[in-house]
Design a protein around this ligand. Sequence first.
Ligand SMILES: NC(=O)c1ccc[n+]([C@@H]2O[C@H](COP(=O)([O-])OP(=O)(O)OC[C@H]3O[C@@H](n4cnc5c(N)ncnc54)[C@H](OP(=O)(O)O)[C@@H]3O)[C@@H](O)[C@H]2O)c1
Length: 267
Amino acid sequence: MKILFDSTITLHHKVILITGAGAGIGEQIALDCARRGAQVILLGRTVGKLERTYDLIAKESTEIEKNTGVYYEPAIYPLNLAGANDLDYEQLAKVIEQQYQRLDGLVHNAAILGNLSPIKIYAPQQWYKVMQTNLNSAFMLTQACFELLEKSESASIIFTSTGVAQQPDAFWGAYAVSKAASDTLMKILAIENEDINNIRVNSFFPGIVATRMRASAFPGEKPCALTQTEEIAPYYAHLLSKHTQHLTGHIISKEDFEGAPVIESCC
Ligand SMILES: NC(=O)c1ccc[n+]([C@@H]2O[C@H](COP(=O)([O-])OP(=O)(O)OC[C@H]3O[C@@H](n4cnc5c(N)ncnc54)[C@H](OP(=O)(O)O)[C@@H]3O)[C@@H](O)[C@H]2O)c1
């Protein structure tokens, strides 16, 4: 499979919910989608960080309108995924229904690393928190939003995968297990909906990206030597756009794209 990279793709009028939109990769996905003309809904646990993403987008409002002909003010929805239950997700879906009547994109990006430790001594409370944040939340959020996604002409659900989901390694514990299970959830959803051609479901594996999560796992790395978050966001835009309308059930990475710009390390 090869996806043709197109830096000009648009997301005009699409309503897109991004979890973990206050930092790292999620922040850049939100900014990139807004720049392409989407109505973004910023979900995350820290209000101040969501407001910062809002400000980044709002600062570009004139330019966005000039470039795309539309500007949608971002919406902020603070929610702690570690503690949220099915009723919280139903409430969120109700708010989206009232405001926008549908959902065109659902990006499951928020996650925590948890402890990097052997299973023998892995703290059960930490295990539960990682599973709740990375996996159970995506299940409940997808379920709550499903009818809204069905109302879209062309809806895309994206899970965010990782290397240790496919190739497990020692000490990655609940993080690796939650991500492998998310990829399986993605595949089941894709199979269940393969006859409904307006909903597609994929995972994107971003590679090694300079974020707080990466730094906490590998504190000795130079962030400038890694892929930057801005480089990753356009791949999500492709998976949210008409460009990939018939693609479903895949774990996709940068290597599956043809013609993407090669960006030199900044250090
Ligand atoms: N960076 C990499 O090299 C890499 C590699 C492979 C996959 N990934 C995946 O990429 C995604 C984004 O990671 P990142 O590197 O950008 O990490 P990050 O900088 O740590 O960002 C994670 C985001 O998730 C949010 N979040 C965490 N716990 C939450 C909770 N309980 N409720 C709501 N939001 C919560 C965070 O919000 P707060 O800031 O408010 O805590 C933050 O916005 C993750 O799914 C990760 O597994 C990353």
